[in-house]
Design a protein around this ligand. Structure first.
Ligand SMILES: Cc1cc2nc3c(=O)[nH]c(=O)nc-3n(C[C@H](O)[C@H](O)[C@H](O)COP(=O)(O)OP(=O)(O)OC[C@H]3O[C@@H](n4cnc5c(N)ncnc54)[C@H](O)[C@@H]3O)c2cc1C
Length: 361
C-alpha cells in the first residue's frame, strides 16, 4: 500500500546497514522516508574486494530504490532535527511521528552509484600501476586491504603503518598475533607504534616519513584509519545532551534515545557496549522494527522488546580464502573463517536479506 498501512510517519536517517534494513522492514507498515547523502546502500565489509576487483562492486552497491520500493528516499545529509521534523542540507523539512537515527560513521563516498564504481576502477588502476603500496592504519580496513592486495597481487611490496601496539585492536591479542604472522608470511611489512602525518601525504612524494623518523618508499598509499562517529550533525540539536563524550547516542534497553519516547538509534552510532558490527546493527534494526510496530498499534510501553548486548565475535578476511575469527572463547585463523566470510564476503546473503537476487547486480 502506498505510504504504508497505518499512515504513521517513520523517518530513518542514514541508509547504511542498520537504516537500510529498518526502512525495508517498515515500508509496508508506515509512511517511511529514508534520508541518506548517497543514492545507494553499500555493503561495507565487501568494499576492499572491489579495490582489487572493481566489477565486484556491481553486486555490493545497491540503489536504495531497489530494496525500498514503497517509501520515499531523500538524497541529502540530515543537518538538524526538532521535536517533529528532520532538516536536510538541501533545505527540506521532513515531518516524523517516529524517528530512527542510524548515521553510523562519517562517510565521504560519492553520491551516485556510478561515481562510486568509477572510484573503485581508479583505486584498482592505482594498485596495478604501483610496485609498492603503503597502507596507513592496521584496523579491520587496513588489514583487509593488505590481505586483498597480498593475495591478488603477490608481487607488490606492501607496508602497513599502524599507530597502535598491535593490529586489529578491536579484537583479542591472539587474533592480532595470528594476523601479524599471516601478513609477514606474505612479506607484508608491518610497522607498529608509528604514524604518518596525514596532512603531509601526497601521491607525488614517493617517500613517507613516520613519526619515529623511518622512511618508507611507496608508489601509492591508502588511508585506512577509521572514520569518526556520524553524530556531529546532532551537536546543536535537541539530542545534544544525549551524546556521550565519544559522540555516541545514549540509548535505553529498547534502543530509544535516552529520555525520548519516539526517537530510536541503531547501529554503530549507539553507545551499546559491544563491538560495532553490521550483523549487530541488523539485530538492532529488528528490535526497533518490533518496537515501532508495537507503538504504532498502541501497545503498552512494558511490551516493548529489549536489546541485549552481544559478546565479542568478528571475522576479518585475509584475501579470498582465509580469515581470522574472534569467537567468544577462542580465535581461529585460516580456511574455516575464510569459508564463512572471505569468498563472497556475505554479499549474496546480504542481498537476499534485502529481497534481491543474490547473484546479479
Ligand atoms: C573493513 C570492514 C570490515 C567489516 N566486516 C564486518 C563483517 O564481516 N561483519 C559485520 O557484521 N560487520 C563488519 N564491519 C562493521 C560494519 O560495517 C558496521 O558495523 C556497519 O556498517 C554499521 O552499520 P550502520 O548502519 O550503523 O552505519 P554505516 O554502515 O556507517 O552507515 C551509516 C549511514 O549513514 C549515512 N549518514 C551519515 N551521516 C548522515 C547524515 N548526516 N544524514 C543522513 N545520512 C547520514 C551514511 O551515508 C551511511 O549510509 C566491517 C567494517 C569494516 C570497516
Amino acid at each position: 500500500m502506498e505510504g504504508g498501512a497505518t499512515g504513521k510517519k517513520v523517518v530513518v536517517v542514514g541508509g547504511g546497514v542498520a537504516g537500510a534494513f529498518l526502512a525495508k522492514s517498515m515500508q509496508f507498515v508506515a509512511d517511511v522516508t529514508l534520508i541518506d547523502p548517497k543514492e545507494y546502500f553499500e555493503i561495507p565489509w565487501a568494499s576492499l574486494r572491489s579495490m582489487v576487483e572493481p566489477s565486484f562492486s556491481e553486486r555490493t552497491l545497491i540503489k536504495h530504490t531497489d530494496y525500498f520500493t514503497n517509501g520515499r528516499v531523500v538524497t541529502s545529509p540530515a543537518i538538524n532535527i526538532t521535536e517533529k521534523e528532520v532538516l536536510t542540507a538541501e533545505g527540506r523539512s521532513v515531518l516524523y511521528d517516529y524517528l530512527v537515527i542510524a548515521t553510523g560513521h562519517v562517510d565521504s563516498t560519492p553520491q551516485s552509484r556510478k561515481d562510486r564504481i568509477a572510484q573503485y576502477e581508479q583505486d584498482n588502476q592505482k594498485i596495478k600501476a604501483s610496485n609498492s603500496v603503503l597502507i596507513i592504519g592496521g584496523g579491520p580496513t587496513g588489514v583487509e586491504l593488505a590481505g586483498e592486495i597480498a593475495v591478488d597481487y603477490p608481487e607488490k611490496k606492501i607496508t602497513v603503518v599502524h599507530k597502535g601496539s598491535r593490529l586489529l585492536e578491536f579484537i583479542g591479542q591472539k587474533a592480532s598475533d595470528k594476523t601479524m604472522d599471516w601478513l609477514t608470511s606474505r612479506k607484508v611489512e608491518v610497522l607498529l607504534n608509528q604514524t604518518i602525518n596525514l596532512d603531509s601525504v601526497s601521491e607525488s612524494e614517493k617517500i613517507y616519513t613516520t613519526s619515529t623518523g623511518e622512511n618508507i618508499s611507496a608508489d601509492c598509499h591508502f588511508i585506512c584509519v577509521g572514520k569518526p562517529i556520524g553524530s556531529s550533525w546532532l551537536q546543536e540539536s535537541i539530542l545534544k545532551d544525549c551524546l556521550n563524550k565519544k559522540g555516541s547516542l545514549m540509548v535505553d534497553e529498547n534502543l530509544r534515545v535516552r529520555g525520548k519516547k519516539n526517537i530510536f538509534a541503531i547501529g554503530d552510532i549507539t553507545d551499546v557496549p559491544e563491538i560495532k558490527q553490521g550483523f549487530l546493527a541488523q539485530k538492532h534494526a529488528s528490535v526497533v522494527v518490533k518496537n515501532l510496530k508495537l507503538l504504532i498499534k498502541g501497545a503498552k510501553e512494558s511490551k516493548l522488546s529489549k536489546y541485549k548486548p552481544a559478546s565479542a565475535m568478528a571475522i576479518v578476511s585475509l584475501g579470498r580464502k582465509e580469515g581470522v575469527a574472534q569467537l567468544p572463547f577462542m580465535t581461529m585463523i585460516g580456511c574455516i573463517p575464510g569459508i564463512i566470510k572471505s569468498k563472497d564476503l556475505f554479499v549474496g546473503k546480504t542481498r537476499k536479506q534485502l529481497g534481491l537476487d543474490p547473484g546479479t547486480a
